[in-house]
Structures are given as C-alpha cells and as structure tokens.
Design a protein around this ligand. Structure first.
Ligand code: ADP
Ligand code: MG
Length: 319
C-alpha cells in the first residue's frame, strides 16, 4: 500500500536532472552539489486545520507545501534544485495523493525542481517539505545587514492571503475578487526570480510569512536597527481594497500572514534600478518606508500619526 502511494507520487512528480545521481527508491538519495556553490536548505511543516483549512483542495495543499519552502529559498537568493517530502495521511487516499502530487508538480516544474525522496506514514494529515537550493559562496541574502538610511521595499501586494482566509471562514466566495484573494491564500507565488535579482543588491531580505510587522521586525532585530513604515504606501490589491474598508485592508497588509512576498532593504540610490528590474520580472516592488536607528517597526498613517505603541502591540492592527 505504502509503496503504491510512493509510486504514484514518484510518477506524477517525475523531473529529470543531471545532478540527481539517485532519486526516489533507495535508502537515501545521492545528489551532486555543483562545485563552487553553497547549499541552502529549509524545511516547513503544514498541519491540516492549523496551516490550511480542512476542506482545502488537495492540489492547493501540494502547491502550497512546496511554495512556502521555495519562498524561503527566494528570501535567501538561492536557486531551487531538490526537495524531500514527508507525508502523514489518515488513510491511503489515492485521490488525495494524486491531487496533492499534481499541485506539487505544477509548481516544481516551473523551477525544474526534483523530488528526490521522503517518508510516508499514517496519522493526522501533515506535510513536511524540505528544499535544497544553490547560492554562490557568501552571496546569500540574510536578515542581517540592513543599514540606517536604507529604503524598505516589498514585492507584490500585502494582505491578500489573510483576507482570503477570512472570506473562506465567512463562506463568502464565488465572485471574481473573493476568488482572487482565496487563490492568493491557497496558491502563493514564491518570488524566486526576485530573490535572485536582489543578490548583491539588497542589504537584507525576508519572506513575509507571518505578516509584515513581524517579519520586518525580524530584519530589524537581526540587523540591530529600527524601521518606519508609511501605511499609505502599503501595496494593496484592487480586490482587497474593493472588498474591505481602509482600516481592515491596512490591518491585513500589516499583520496578515501567508502572503509570501519578499520584504527587503536597499541603499536609497539603488531603489529605482531594483524597482525597474522587479517590475520586469512581473511582481514589482513598492517602497514602503526606511531603516532608522533604534529598534522595532513603527507605522505612520496618512496624517502622520504613529499607529502603534508599545502597549497596544500588534493587536492594534488586526482587522
Ligand atoms: P526506508 O524505509 O528505507 O526509509 P521508505 O520505504 O520509507 O524507505 O521509502 C522508500 C523510498 O521512497 C525512499 O527512497 C524514500 O525516499 C521514498 N519516499 C517515501 N515516501 C516518499 C514521499 N512521500 N515522497 C517522495 N519519496 C518518498
Ligand atoms: Mg522511510
């Protein structure tokens, strides 16, 4: 049983690469790291009912399980190569496996990423994906390195995924805008090409998985700086702005998780060329604030009032 499931996954995700000397089927995979490259590795786990709603389509689960990991590689400026998949399933559900593998493969193909092994066990639906990518030595983007005076930018738009989750929970769907926001939740686009373009240009980078305030807060803490954000500059999709009022959409953009955009810092003189390149790559990048001395992230509204105080914490922003 277990072996026929593994075989289904293997067939549906097949992707040949010269650097995979031995893939699925033996006790371990054998992989050739290109000479002169560093290996970037990351792993993320998704649990049904915690990281995705119970009725999420299997193909979306497969896509997202890989996407959240590719987003971590993107944030490091690494080129994706290989993945491992640990699957825990309540029962041998072939439809679930096929859907999952197809969604996973759809995204994997884009990057010629090979699934080289994994583990399959019985239990509550839980998916762990580990990814491996390459980066030239010393060139990875990290959370450290943001300098006072740097501009803070984000790719794409913020708040879509969190608003999509709220729409799902309220059983509001069917119209094009709701569908767009729910798609942003279920099928996030990892910004891999943007991450590669930011290598040797961004001073610090992170992917927005837990919300802008939390994740930019990580850059600040690691870099030993603070950040000031202008709420009016937050990039918000027309779907988000049409379905939610200004305060709610701002709350989603500041605190909502699961967008998997990149938040990064660059010296001011480099902003225009970086923006032009990311626009060409299709995601664009918006300048939302700057790095300052001190610590933590502060947000100013359109009237110049500070939105947050130490007492209110992040909850103040929640929609
Ligand atoms: P072992 O008992 O030696 O760990 P398994 O029976 O768990 O071997 O796995 C057999 C082969 O199938 C291994 O190559 C393993 O990497 C691969 N495999 C198992 N589960 C998965 C999965 N969910 N996705 C991809 N490969 C898998
Ligand atoms: Mg095993």
């Amino acid at each position: 049983m277990e072996f026929s499931l593994i075989d289904r996954i293997r067939q549906r995700t097949a992707q040949s690469r010269d650097d995979v000397r031995l893939g699925i089927g033996d006790d371990a995979a054998l992989l050739a790291v290109p000479s002169g490259q560093e290996l970037a590795v990351a792993i993320d786990t998704m649990v049904e009912g915690v990281h995705f709603p119970r009725d999420t389509p299997a193909a979306d689960i497969g896509w997202k399980a890989l996407a959240v990991n590719l987003s971590d590689l993107a944030a490091m400026g690494a080129t994706p190569a290989w993945a491992l998949l640990a699957l825990t399933l309540p029962r041998a559900d072939e439809a679930l496996i096929d859907g999952f593998a197809d969604g996973f493969a759809q995204l994997a193909q884009t990057y010629r990423l090979a699934l080289v092994g994994g583990d399959t066990t019985r239990g509550a639906l839980t998916i762990s994906v580990a990814v491996h990518g390459f980066v030239p030595p010393g060139k990875a983007l990290t959370r450290a390195g943001a300098q006072v005076g740097d501009a803070v930018l984000v790719t794409g738009t913020l708040g879509d995924a969190a608003s999509g989750l709220q729409l799902l929970q309220q059983r509001r769907r069917g119209d094009a805008q709701s569908n767009y926001l729910i798609e942003r939740l279920n099928r996030p686009t990892p910004r891999v090409a943007a991450g590669l373009a930011l290598r040797e240009r961004a001073s610090a980078c992170i992917d927005v998985s837990d919300g802008l305030l939390a994740d930019l807060g990580h850059i600040c803490a690691t870099s030993g700086v603070g950040a000031e954000i202008e709420a009016a500059l937050l990039p918000r999709s027309s779907a988000l702005l049409d379905l939610f009022d200004d305060v709610s959409s701002r709350g989603f953009a500041l605190s909502g998780g699961d967008d998997y955009e990149l938040c990064f810092t660059v010296p001011p003189q480099r902003v225009a060329s970086v923006q032009a390149d990311l626009a060409r790559l299709g995601c664009g990048a918006t300048r939302i604030g700057r790095i300052v001395e001190g610590e933590g992230v502060k947000v100013r509204d359109a009237n110049g009032q500070w939105l947050e105080s130490a007492h209110q914490g992040w909850d103040h922003f929640r929609a």
